[in-house]
Unconditional design. Structure first.
Length: 89
């Protein structure tokens, strides 16, 4: 059964939001060391693969939580690094 058009629109908006979070991941080098930025970028790529797979298997609404998870991972990693590992900006 085909999904309604509005679900696809929301799915693609979720993917666009995930692409926006990629900017934050890429600019993490301003605060985090290189190894941490590399780990964060790998995590972001894995989340991108998950989002694309959700669109491909016709579950566009499942894409919506992916950028939220990406934002929480990024914020949590940088906050933890600042507080516990002494990263400074």
């Amino acid at each position: 059964m085909a999904r309604p058009w509005w679900q696809w629109v929301l799915g693609w908006l979720g993917l666009a939001a995930l692409l926006v979070t990629g900017i934050f991941y890429a600019s993490s080098g301003l605060l985090a060391p290189g190894w941490a930025v590399a780990v964060l970028l790998v995590i972001w790529l894995l989340l991108l693969i998950v989002a694309i797979q959700m669109l491909r298997i016709r579950r566009p609404l499942y894409v919506l939580p992916v950028p939220v998870a990406a934002w929480l991972v990024w914020l949590g990693a940088l906050t933890a690094g600042e507080n516990w590992l002494g990263w400074t900006g």
